[in-house]
Design a protein around this ligand. Structure first.
Ligand SMILES: *[C@@H]1O[C@H](CO)[C@@H](O)[C@H](O)[C@H]1NC(C)=O
Ligand SMILES: *[C@@H]1O[C@H](CO)[C@@H](O)[C@H](O)[C@H]1NC(C)=O
Ligand SMILES: *[C@@H]1O[C@H](CO)[C@@H](O)[C@H](O)[C@H]1NC(C)=O
Ligand SMILES: *[C@@H]1O[C@H](CO)[C@@H](O)[C@H](O)[C@H]1NC(C)=O
Ligand SMILES: *[C@@H]1O[C@H](CO)[C@@H](O)[C@H](O)[C@H]1NC(C)=O
Ligand SMILES: *[C@@H]1O[C@H](CO)[C@@H](O)[C@H](O)[C@H]1NC(C)=O
Ligand SMILES: *[C@@H]1O[C@H](CO)[C@@H](O)[C@H](O)[C@H]1NC(C)=O
Ligand SMILES: *[C@@H]1O[C@H](CO)[C@@H](O)[C@H](O)[C@H]1NC(C)=O
Length: 634
């Protein structure tokens, strides 16, 4: 019995306690999150059959010894916002009641949330029986920090440092709650590790309650770190989420010792020739570059700009080995020290032609040699007046004639280095007695102009002297020849043009002479008749020869026969007429037609004759009035 009573009592007590504890059912969120300066809304929901009789809001700072502070009171008739509290100006509460759900709501709104608003807000609800219930919400305030600012270490970091060296500094400001900083190297987060990575962090709580954070990264750098990028990342919370932001990436300069030197030249493929500018580069594999020096033939080279040695206008004496060395070996491994390169400066010396200048006699042989010293294989070509003769360095001239005379040029080329080429010329003169190469007499043109033009060219070396002369064939009287032109056409040929008055039959002479002999050629010039005579004189005899144009023997005799027949016919006709008149007795005595006859003959002779004397001694009769036919010497 007693047990049953006790049990009932316990149940009753429990029911009573529960009922007392939960007289009014109030529900609130545990935590409301809000950004600094924003508006916070804290709802308080209760379940009652009628609207709450009284609602009171308190705040409570964290900490056990902190008491509640009333900030708001509300009943049927009155609404009181506590004067003088932090919230007097910033809060309001909106009330509503839903009869159907038997549920009431009071929403506390706080404007311009401060960091100091981070505390508990308690909502106490009384029913009409003056029973109460309460709920509480923690208000959490957030402030996003500023962009992180990273600053790398200027200057280099040596890999030889024994302890981790400072790589960068990362700063972030004005965050709440405290943000976190994480360091990254090439996208991988860095964790502090013994002797390799060290991270120090310092935080400041500013007077406004916000956090300023500074983190420093120290690492023991390795050579590969020169290509690495470092950055810091800041993680922070915002209402309902977490965020992160990365700093700019930075590079660091890593110093590491040189263990090897590499020497190269600017144009490794091309051959070097005298006069070129050559750059020799020496590079160490360390950072920074060590102080370097170039050694050539045991002497430090001048014109070196640490890692670059510039050799201007190189000479063959600049050939040889160039060693690159570290100037100050202190702190370097003795094994490395030097590297070298061999340079060959190629050359082509001036050409030597033997013999240098030569006069040689006709019929003789001559061997010309052309030599030029070169460090590379050469090709030699002989030219005469621009025409290639021989592709070798020896040129043999056999049985010299005047044709052999001229300027001989030897060109030496280096096929593997085409810019390397030289040439030299030598004048060859073939000595000998003169030879007449052209001898013409043109004219007289007509009865009015009796002048005939004489042109004589002769070759020989030394250059022959030419003289033109003429004499009257009948009387042997000298007729003066006036010289119109006297010129050297080249080193072997000389040419002279003269004019003579051919009022009667003349013989013109061209005499060419030098110390080796004389050559003599002549032309007959007919008076009055329009005659053009050309002779190709080829003389080999010192005494010379005379060219006498012969009577045209084929066409000439035909014409003569025709003329004679015509004359005979005319005489026959004249005879018959005379006889007829005589018979009639009408002819007066003492008249002659001789003058008319000669006139007629002269007009028939008005033709052009071109005669060529020589081997064939062929004479050609050409018919034509103007006489502008080409000379056969052309
Ligand atoms: C509250 O107001 C209601 C009507 O609005 C009234 O019936 C009730 O008596 C009031 N209670 C108090 C305590 O004044
Ligand atoms: C910062 O790091 C701590 C410890 O790792 C962690 O508890 C906290 O949530 C982090 N904060 C942020 C904003 O990520
Ligand atoms: C790192 O350095 C390299 C060369 O020194 C440069 O090209 C690159 O832009 C740098 N990167 C950063 C993030 O500074
Ligand atoms: C140089 O001469 C050689 C032989 O004489 C010949 O084979 C070669 O083709 C020549 N080279 C040139 C570039 O003329
Ligand atoms: C040399 O040339 C001349 C003509 O110029 C010729 O008559 C002679 O036979 C030649 N002599 C030799 C050895 O070839
Ligand atoms: C000289 O050259 C001319 C043409 O230039 C030629 O007709 C003649 O045969 C040559 N004489 C000799 C001896 O080579
Ligand atoms: C050619 O004539 C010049 C003057 O016109 C003279 O000085 C020279 O001696 C002459 N040469 C010969 C071989 O006679
Ligand atoms: C050249 O020939 C003419 C005529 O045959 C002659 O009168 C003269 O004396 C000759 N001259 C020489 C130098 O042989």
């Amino acid at each position: 019995m007693t047990l049953r009573y006790i049990a009932l009592l316990v149940v009753g007590l429990v029911v009573l306690t529960c009922k007392t504890w939960a007289a009014v059912d109030v529900s609130m969120e545990d935590r409301v999150e809000v950004s600094l300066k924003d508006q916070a809304e804290i709802p308080c929901i209760y379940t009652l059959q009628e609207p709450a009789l009284m609602i009171v809001w308190f705040t409570k700072l964290p900490g056990k010894d902190q008491g509640r502070i009333r900030i708001y009171y509300y009943d049927n008739q009155t609404e009181i916002i506590e004067e003088g509290s932090d919230y007097a100006e910033r809060i309001k509460v909106s009330h509503s009641y839903d009869t159907h759900d038997a549920r009431g709501t009071a929403i506390l709104t706080i404007d311009k949330v401060e960091l100091s608003d981070q505390r508990e807000f308690i909502c106490m609800v009384h029913n009409v029986l003056k029973e109460s219930g309460e709920g509480r919400t923690h208000l959490q305030v957030f402030k996003s920090p500023s962009m992180p600012v990273i600053e790398g270490t200027y200057g280099g970091i040596s890999v030889t440092e024994e302890k981790p060296s400072k790589v960068a500094n990362c700063k972030v400001d004005d965050g709440y709650p405290r943000p976190n900083i994480t360091w990254y190297k090439d996208r991988f987060p860095l964790q502090p590790s013994d002797g390799e990575v060290k991270i120090t962090e310092s935080q400041t709580i500013k007077t406004n309650g916000l956090f300023a954070l500074e983190s420093q990264l120290f690492i023991k750098v390795i050579r590969k770190d020169e290509d690495a990028v470092f950055y810091c990342e800041v993680q922070y919370f915002v209402p309902g989420a977490s965020r992160m932001v990365e700093s700019q990436p930075i590079n660091i300069t890593v110093f590491y010792p040189t263990t090897e030197l590499t020497v190269s030249i600017n144009s490794p493929k091309m051959l070097i020739k005298e006069g070129d500018t050559v750059e020799i580069h020496c590079e160490g594999n360390g950072n920074p570059q060590p102080l370097l020096t170039f050694i050539h033939k045991g002497e430090p080279a001048e014109n070196a700009n640490n890692e670059i040695l510039t050799l201007k206008d190189v000479k063959r004496s600049d050939s040889g080995t160039y060693e690159c060395q570290i100037l100050d070996l202190e702190g370097y491994n003795e094994d490395i020290v030097e590297s070298s390169i061999d340079i060959t400066v190629h050359y082509l010396d001036d050409i030597v032609v033997t013999p240098e200048e030569t006069d040689l006699d006709q019929g003789y042989d001559l061997t010309l040699t052309c030599n030029a010293l070169s460090s590379l294989p050469t090709n030699t070509t002989w030219y005469k007046d621009g025409m290639p003769l021989e592709k070798r360095h020896v040129l043999e001239l056999r049985n010299a004639s005047y044709n052999t005379s001229g300027m001989y040029t030897c060109k030496v080329m280096v096929p593997s280095l085409p810019e390397l080429q030289k040439q030299k010329s030598v004048q060859i003169n073939v000595r000998g007695k003169p030879e007449i190469t052209e001898w013409t007499a043109v004219g007289p043109m007509n009865k009015a102009d009796h002048s005939a033009t004489l042109t004589c060219s002769a070759q020989g070396y030394p250059l022959p002297n030419i003289s033109l002369s003429a004499f009257e064939r009948r009387t042997n009287k000298i007729v003066p020849v006036s010289i119109v032109k006297n010129q050297n056409t080249d080193t072997v040929v000389v040419s002279m043009t003269g004019s003579v008055e051919a009022t009667s039959e003349l013989t013109a002479n061209c005499i060419a002479y030098n110390e080796f002999g004389t050559v003599n050629a002549s032309h007959d010039i007919e008076a009055i008749a329009h005659v053009k005579t050309t002779t190709q004189a080829t003389s080999t005899k010192a005494t010379g020869f005379t060219v006498t144009p012969k009577q045209p023997h084929k066409g000439g005799s035909g014409v003569a026969i025709a003329v004679i027949i015509i004359c005979l016919l005319l005489i026959a006709i004249l005879g018959s007429v005379l006889y007829f008149l005589y018979k009639k007795g009408k002819l007066p005595c003492g008249r002659s037609g001789k003058q008319d006859f000669t006139k007629e003959k002269a007009s028939k002779d008005d033709i052009v004759m071109e005669m060529k004397s020589g081997k064939s001694e062929e004479a050609v009769l050409l018919q034509g009035v103007n006489g502008d036919k080409k000379s056969p010497t052309e």
